[in-house]
Design a protein around this ligand. Structure first.
Ligand code: AMP
Length: 421
């Protein structure tokens, strides 16, 4: 048997309606906040990610699916969406009209990580980016949008973590102090951290290795080293969040895994998830557009993990979101079968979701089948009823049954919208 590759999975019909729910709600909410969708390719030239995400990040160092095509070009399955989106923004000069562009994307991403619950090698992200303004108000607006989305989906037990990782003006001085302190405690750090001291000392701060935690917790806080503009930006973000009534926790260790961030970084975690508890993350990337060859442009955005959103959906939402047909047709006999096919086609054109399975079932079996699906109403057509141009409409909720002329079936179904179970 050939199975899917480790770290990838099939999303089966049992679960897909949950994905549709998250996708639908995200699109509707993002629309309310003025975001427009962009569809991006799944692979790009490797250089885009090396330059965009940063050579010394985990993603670029060891997680990319990179291959050469038949033309010897190095290509990479996208490990994230921001670099691609910014590439498209530059390529199509979406900055031309000036002002703010609010864009979002959705789709699969690929990273060679160790698979576990909530962490896959092909996973799905929905991300949104605001290109143009550098106001903390924009950041609070995006976070507010995410709060609304999680609220609509019933995702609870969440925590918003915010941080500022400074800018090219203040970060170097912090990095020098940090590097020195990391070197002094290198004996208590894991091999990965020791290697990072030289190449990317900031990343030591968010090492997840439990053995490093004591040493890492004793390292200096970047919030004590911010320059005046970064400090003011951070304070204003907190003020805006306060105005919106959004609770947050400051976490000076949260630097995130991508090199392009400046000033604000943020993350939302959920207690409804296991070890992989990060629902989404993002931040400000003011230098990225310029770094990839575009005009100087401020940027702020996030990516949410669709797999993890689905995992975090509460039971009530899961149970209620499964699509159920409006009506099941139960023809009994051959003439009735033929008639039922025509009735089904007519009802579907009238907007009803109709279940009809062409199996020669008894009435009991039809009713059992309809009950199992949670269909609220069954149209029973026996050969005698078919002759008379009638059907019995049975409510599986009340048990009531009435005889309806087939010509009036649509009207009666519409008049008595049955509550689905
Ligand atoms: P990142 O692009 O690393 O900032 O991650 C943003 C979000 O994408 C995370 O908060 C997760 O929800 C999700 N995510 C990242 N990596 C994976 C993965 N390997 N499997 C599933 N979800 C992931």
């Amino acid at each position: 048997m050939i199975t899917c590759v480790r770290g990838t999975r099939d999303i089966l019909p049992d679960e897909i309606h949950l994905w549709h729910l998250v996708e639908r709600e995200s699109a509707a909410i993002f629309d309310r906040y003025g975001f427009e969708e962009l569809r991006l390719p799944i692979f790009e030239v490797t250089e885009l990610f090396a330059r965009g995400i940063g050579d010394t990040t985990d993603i670029v160092e060891k997680e990319m699916y990179t291959f050469t095509d038949r033309n010897d070009q190095s290509l990479t399955l996208r490990p994230e969406g921001t670099a691609s989106l910014v590439r498209a923004y530059i390529q199509h000069q979406l900055y031309k009209d000036g002002g703010t562009r609010k864009l979002y994307y959705a789709g699969p991403m690929f990273r060679y990580e160790r698979p576990q619950k909530g962490r896959y090698r092909q996973f799905y992200q929905i991300g949104a980016e605001v290109l143009g303004p550098d106001s903390p108000g924009v950041e609070a607006e995006v976070i507010d949008m995410l709060m609304l989305l999680m609220d609509r989906l019933g995702i609870g037990d969440t925590r918003l973590w915010i941080n500022s990782i400074g800018c090219p003006a203040c970060r170097p001085a912090f990095l020098a102090v940090l590097q020195e302190r990391e070197q002094a405690t290198a004996g208590r750090l894991c091999a990965d951290c020791v290697r990072r001291i030289a190449v990317n000392p900031l990343r030591v701060l968010d090492c997840k290795n439990p053995d490093c935690q004591d040493a890492v917790n004793a390292l200096p806080s970047i919030l004590d080293y911010l320059c005046a503009p970064c400090r003011s930006h951070h304070e204003r973000l907190k003020k805006h969040l306060g105005l919106l009534g959004i609770a947050y926790h400051e976490n000076p260790r949260m630097v995130r895994g991508l090199d392009y961030y400046v000033k604000t970084t943020f993350e939302i975690t959920s207690g409804a998830l296991g070890a992989q508890n990060s629902l989404l993350g993002g931040g400000r990337y003011d230098g990225l557009v310029e770094q990839l060859g575009g005009p100087p442009t401020h940027g702020f955005g996030f990516a949410l993990g669709l797999d993890r959103f689905v995992l975090a959906l509460p039971e009530a939402v899961r149970a209620g979101s499964r699509p159920v047909p409006d009506v099941h047709l139960a023809p009994l006999g051959e003439t009735a079968q033929e008639l039922a096919q025509v009735v089904a086609a007519r009802l579907r054109r009238a907007g009803f979701a109709v279940s009809q399975d062409f199996q020669d079932r008894s009435l009991k079996s039809h009713l059992r089948h309809a009950n199992r699906m949670g269909v609220p109403r069954v149209v029973i057509i026996g050969d005698a009823e078919a002759e008379a141009g009638q059907a019995a409409l049975k409510s599986l909720i009340t048990g009531d049954q009435i005889l309806v002329p087939l010509t009036e079936l649509e009207a009666v179904l519409r008049q008595q919208p049955a509550e689905k179970e």
